[in-house]
Design a protein around this ligand. Sequence first.
Ligand code: MN
Length: 499
Amino acid sequence: MTELSKLEIWFAAGSQHLYGDSVLKTVDGRVREIAQALAHSPEIPVRIVPKPVLASAEAIRELCADASRDDRCIGLLLWMHTFSPAQMWIAGLNALDKPFAHLHTQFHRRLPWATLDMDFMNLNQSAHGDREFGFLTARMGLARKVIAGFWQDSDVIAEIAAWSRAAAGWREARRLRVARFGDNMRNVAVTEGDKVEARMRLGFAVEGYGVGDLAARIAQVGGADVDRLVAEYDDLYEVAPSLRAGGERRSALREAAKIELGLQAFLAEGGFQAFTDTFEDLHGLVQLPGVAVQRLMASGYGFGAEGDWKTAALVRIMKLMSAGLSGGVSFMEDYTYDLTPPGQVLGAHMLEVCPSIAAAKPSLEIHPLAIGGKADPVRLVFTARSGPAVTASLVDLGHRFRLLVNEVDATAPPEPLPRLPVARALWTPRPSLKVAAGAWIYAGGSHHTAFAPALTAQHLADFAEIAGIECVIIDGATHLAGFQQALRWNEAYYSRRCR
Ligand code: MN
């Protein structure tokens, strides 16, 4: 899977020829110096590549065309160190097929009061150069991220880092292919959607397969490979006694391992980075894939249950965005509540929660599944670690997509859960369960989410801005009346935009 360190953001300053070569040379040197500093910042996961100063419409158009063509380039970081008459940018920005962020900074933090002269003023005029550029990008209605502040400050670096992850997520969205085994869970609405619109707006493809195609690949898995994988299970997890070597359910563990190997091979051979299945369509599979899905998610695949291709794609994109960050990303479902104030959500699924969010070593267990009519599935059981997280849902409103995000705080369950045979997370939604659940339901958010301790709402807001879709965030400051009003205003705005 893609390593973020191989991806590039190209950093370029705009100018013009009015100032003479020595000014342009100075600007060039400063772009290189800032690029180097940003590149050495451990927070920024991608390469920051300095580009020569842009002083003509032709140079701008060429850079934008090169960036659009270059597969490693995920976006541009642009800065008007001096004044760059912005009409020069129109053709280039019209041709740009990558996102851009506008870094509004200045090389010096402090003004040199005693020596300040007009040469200094003319060299360091981003205060008005960036406003000229800002006007044009506003006038053109372009999606962009504006990052204002001194380039060495931690908040500026953090914003560049977050945006670079969003830009990498956008690159992934446009390349992503989701394998959909079987169709949607019959009659379910929220997991459905318009796959053509998704490909037009977000870029990813959803490709359907009969589950028999997967069963055929699983049947080809060799016994020696199964031996190796069950040995790995034995090493990595607290294996339930009945599943251990010599235990009476050991054959079910071998079957689970065979499903994992077949599923992994199918996805790798087909070039898929995400997948869905459904318990209603398992013809030819002995068990509903449990540990297989959990471990494939942990290795980077996106997943959505019951045919939920939107969440599968979102989980994959968010996993890519969070590469190198701690905390993990998982498929999740709002399952049941504790309504003791302030109110908590117990999230889980039948089986498929990713161990990247686990607080401790998972246990590998086998239990009956009440639905689906298949053999008992093997699954990893654990509790998610405590700390801040976001839940996110990609909503298909028929004519457009909405990305819905809730900031939450995961906590340890107040008591042990000895009879709950699935992985789970317990969280308190911000600002409260009452407001968050009300807002979520007004916004049409799914019960399926991507649950991400590794990411923040900022990552997702930046991604949505790049994608040109609505993003609504439920956070500690959300008031229900204002939230509802924002949904209505957004409806007018995005309906106009998306026509
Ligand atoms: Mn479900």
